[in-house]
Design a protein around this ligand. Structure first.
Ligand SMILES: Cc1ncc(C[n+]2csc(CCOP(=O)(O)OP(=O)(O)O)c2C)c(N)n1
Ligand SMILES: [Mg+2]
Length: 347
């Protein structure tokens, strides 16, 4: 077999071995609840006509996004995509800024200059995506190359969809990272669909991660609805990269639980598939795991839900108060000035 299939995390002692204590577990859970809550609020805003353009969510991908981001170090960088709200949340974005971004307001991370999920806060080590999906993989690889040149023990995490794996930039990024053994982890959000295209028309191998061996590094397949398994594999891959062991391709298997975006009702996805994966809802799975293995009480659970609800109510109000950007600011912050760049060439 070309790839390793990750084991589920069964007990609290295994979790402790992986470096998480009980507080960390509850924080992970909270981040997942918050991630879903932000996107649910987004749906409401969309129905109220307050979101210009379409609206994208990562329902079903919360464990995968939060699990990987939890494994990243503070100084590591990442290029999360449209299914990875959990990465922004885990790295500490303020939810009101996300809601402001959804509505094109001035206080969104792009100051109203880009729509919905095309955003990231560079101060949190995240780089905003462009629309051409695997186009962010060469950017992540470029970051890892910079870390190599500057001799910094940092890791870059690059996300891509399984559909994006069919494009050339994926191949270029993996070839370059493999040959130079760069400190990069490629995370494939395999949600089984690229818009309406199913996996058998996207790649001819059993797994996307099977390809890793051809690029000269390790491929791992993990259940993307199991946040602890994702965390453990991401941690291994990130620390391996940091120690000079080269890249890993980590494939997180999920199902996209909504349409490609809100304008798409996903009529082409078999109903039974949704029913089957609804039983593996990542939040529900982790909630039950916490009750069973970490003695999470009903009060703790309710406290987390109530805290998130309050946070989002306040966030929504603050976001609605944020103004639309003034047209005179249109070109500000779009292009870097030479003074903004600290490369020798620009000094
Ligand atoms: C070059 C290019 N072609 C098409 C699109 C429109 N588009 C955005 S996401 C997407 C599907 C990508 O599928 P996948 O990589 O599996 O990611 P998913 O949306 O399933 O997370 C498409 C066709 C785009 N953004 N860029
Ligand atoms: Mg997909």
């Amino acid at each position: 077999m070309a790839v390793r299939e990750a084991e589920p995390v069964a007990s609290l002692s295994e979790v402790k071995e992986a470096g998480l204590d009980r507080e960390d577990l509850l924080q992970i859970y909270r981040n997942m609840v918050l991630t879903r809550g932000i996107e649910e609020r987004g749906h409401i805003l969309y129905r109220q006509g307050k979101i210009p353009g379409s609206f994208y969510t990562g329902r079903g991908n919360e464990a995968s996004a939060v699990g990987v981001a939890t494994a990243m170090g503070t100084d590591d960088v990442g290029t999360p995509l449209h299914r990875d709200m959990g990465v922004h949340v885990t790295r500490g974005v303020e939810p009101w800024r996300v809601l402001a971004q959804y509505m094109g307001r001035r206080d969104g991370p792009t100051k109203g200059k880009d729509g919905n999920v095309h955003m990231a806060d560079a101060r949190l080590g995240l780089i905003a995506m462009v629309s051409h999906l695997p186009a962010m993989l060469p950017v992540a690889v470029g970051c890892a190359l910079a870390f190599r040149i500057k001799e910094e023990p940092r890791v870059a995490v690059g996300w891509f969809g399984e559909g994006a794996s069919a494009r050339g930039d994926t191949h270029e990024a993996m070839t370059f990272a493999g040959t130079r053994r760069l400190s990069v982890v490629f995370v494939c959000d395999n949600n089984q669909w690229a818009y309406s295209t199913p996996t058998h028309l996207e790649y001819a191998t059993e797994h996307v991660a099977d390809r890793a061996v051809a690029y000269g590094f390790e491929g791992v397949v993990v259940d993307g609805t199991d946040v602890l398994a994702v965390y453990r594999e991401a941690k291994r891959a990130i620390e391996k990269a940091r120690a000079g062991g080269g890249p890993t391709l980590l494939e997180c298997q999920t199902l996209r639980m909504e349409g490609h975006a809100v304008h798409d009702d996903a009529f082409y996805v078999p109903k039974e598939l949704f029913e089957e994966w609804a039983k593996r809802d990542p939040l529900e799975r982790f909630r039950l795991w916490l009750q069973e293995h970490a003695n999470m009480t009903t009060e703790e659970d309710e406290e987390i839900s109530a805290g998130v609800k309050k946070l989002l109510n306040d966030a929504l109000q603050r976001a609605e108060e944020s103004p639309l950007p003034d047209p005179s600011e249109l070109l500000e912050g779009v292009y870097a000035t030479p003074e903004d760049l600290d490369t020798p060439h620009h000094k």
